[in-house]
Design a protein around this ligand. Structure first.
Ligand SMILES: NC(=O)c1ccc[n+]([C@@H]2O[C@H](COP(=O)([O-])OP(=O)(O)OC[C@H]3O[C@@H](n4cnc5c(N)ncnc54)[C@H](O)[C@@H]3O)[C@@H](O)[C@H]2O)c1
Length: 269
């Protein structure tokens, strides 16, 4: 049994149909939140919304929206506040990589597409939701914004350079928003490492191959799960984190901050 500390609160999750977004949705609804789930994948969005609604009894509103399009984002923000009454938590989470090349060989359309989804999309959502969130009357905080960044934004990843640029930008944007939205809204980011989601087609072999190609080893010697990231998000959504803003939480089993001793290279993970 979990404490329902989100009762009476609304949460909007982009990329809510799959992976981390889906995990956030279940976790918040179990804690009493009503949800708006935003995604571009209509079929998966309907399926996830139905499951969360059935399993938790909470209100779950699916909104099909491409976060790279300002008109769609504006309509979504208006609809979200009228459906939920408030948006106390925003998980700015939709994202993904396209193409894996050396930076000098990246095609312009791939560059633009990657920036649009991972950087501009998070900015559009933060802008439209943030300005409305500011006016809410909750105490002591009016709301909480949680971005999904990546370890690729902390330690640049030459295998996926444009995505890396975007995620470094997301961390900078999160800190700028933490300034703009203070003192009534906290803004933080979570930077996951390697976790099995739609990003790897939910296929462990695809993720293992990506890790092998990048010579990635994990000090804590296991693969990341969706739950590892959801747990931090629940903390950031709770009052336990009310004095934390502008912080990037790396959740990667130690890949970036710790590194591994040589004997670890014999391990599988
Ligand atoms: N899986 C990992 O190991 C990992 C590591 C670091 C960061 N991330 C980040 O986590 C976030 C969530 O990804 P995930 O791993 O859960 O993958 P996922 O593919 O399971 O989920 C991403 C969701 O975003 C949606 N989406 C894609 N483009 C969209 C658009 N234009 N508008 C609205 N929705 C859109 C997809 O339909 C999908 O449902 C992303 O920002 C990703 O960059 C993932």
């Amino acid at each position: 049994m979990v404490e329902k500390f989100l009762e009476g609160k609304g949460a909007l999750i982009t990329g809510g149909a799959s992976g981390f977004g889906r995990g956030f949705a279940f976790a918040y609804a179990q804690r009493g939140a009503n949800l708006v789930l935003v995604d571009i994948n209509e079929e998966l969005l309907e399926e996830t919304s139905k499951k969360v609604r059935e399993q938790t009894g909470q209100k779950v509103i699916p909104i099909v929206c491409d976060v790279t399009k300002s008109d769609q984002v504006e309509t979504t923000a208006k609809q979200a506040f009228s459906e939920l009454d408030n948006v106390y938590i925003l998980n700015n989470n939709a994202g993904g990589g396209f193409g894996f090349f050396d930076l000098t060989r990246v095609k312009e359309n791939i560059f633009d597409k990657t920036i649009a989804l991972n950087l501009k999309g998070q900015w559009l959502i933060a802008k439209e939701i943030g300005k409305r969130m500011k006016k809410q009357r909750f105490e002591p905080l009016a709301g909480k914004v949680i971005h999904t960044a990546s370890i690729a934004g902390v330690k640049v990843d030459g295998g996926t350079p444009v995505y890396s640029i975007c995620k470094a930008g997301v961390i900078a944007m999160m800190q700028l928003l933490a300034q703009s939205l203070a003192p009534k809204i906290t803004v933080n980011a979570i930077s996951p490492g390697y976790h099995l989601t739609g990003a790897y087609k939910n296929n462990l072999d695809v993720m293992k191959m990506t890790m092998d190609e990048g010579h990635v080893k994990t000090p804590l010697n296991r693969y990341g799960t969706v739950e590892d990231v959801v747990n931090v998000s629940v903390f950031l959504a709770s009052s336990a984190s009310n004095f934390i803003t502008g912080h990037n939480f790396i959740v990667d089993g130690g890949i970036v901050e710790v590194g591994v001793p040589a004997y670890f290279f014999k391990s599988d993970v």
